[in-house]
Design a protein around this ligand. Structure first.
Ligand code: ZN
Length: 198
């Protein structure tokens, strides 16, 4: 039964499919959107389409960018011999905010989770291994300290060890199950500095 309007119901339905948006929030957002001037709704719809159309994966590190190679990978001052492996572009952003990390990244876009049926082929691991054929001195594994993050870290370290490249893991101290993006900069830097060799 539609109490409002089929259009609003359809909008609520679309919004509630977004991560972290429950039905109540979707309703609030939908009513907000339709109460605004049409111009505003156009701008919102426009930015969704533009972002979707123009954002792609960096050919080097797989983060989301609008250029073929992202600004970090194309920055000649960054140390290309040190690669920090993170789960998401948001984790990358958290480390970038500290302003203290000078290496480059590799974004996996997920973590291995046998429970959710996510295997090594479902994340950007092959791309990482390809990069290691180049001149790389250290791979810092900065996946989350969740079960999935630890599983992924172990898997990657086993994969890299035979190559002779140094593999390190950021120190725990990062709360278990905690997303890297929610952790303050000091904790992140401490975790990075206290990394241990695997
Ligand atoms: Zn990149």
């Amino acid at each position: 039964m539609d109490y409002f309007s089929g259009y609003i119901s359809a909008l609520i339905e679309q919004l509630s499919q977004l991560p972290g948006i429950g039905t109540k929030t979707a309703q609030r957002l939908a009513f907000h959107i339709v109460s605004q001037p049409e111009e505003k709704a156009k701008r919102l719809a426009g930015s969704i389409l533009e972002a979707r159309k123009n954002v792609r994966y960096c050919k080097e590190c797989c983060t989301l960018t609008d250029a073929e190679i992202c600004p970090i990978c194309s920055n000649s001052r960054r140390d290309k011999q040190t690669i920090m492996v993170v789960e998401t572009p948001r984790d990358l952003a958290a480390y970038e905010k500290t302003g203290k990390y000078e290496g480059v990244y590799h974004v996996l876009h997920g973590a291995i989770s046998p429970m959710l049926g996510i295997g090594p082929d479902d994340i950007r691991l092959r791309e990482l291994m390809k990069r290691l054929a180049g001149d790389v001195k250290e791979v810092i594994i900065a996946t989350n300290s969740s079960l999935e993050g630890e599983t992924t870290a172990m898997y990657i370290s086993k994969l890299i060890k035979p190559t002779g490249i140094k593999v390190t893991r950021i120190a725990s101290g990062v709360p278990v199950g905690g997303d890297l993006e929610n952790i303050d900069e000091v904790t992140l830097l401490r975790a990075l500095e206290g990394r241990t060799q695997l």
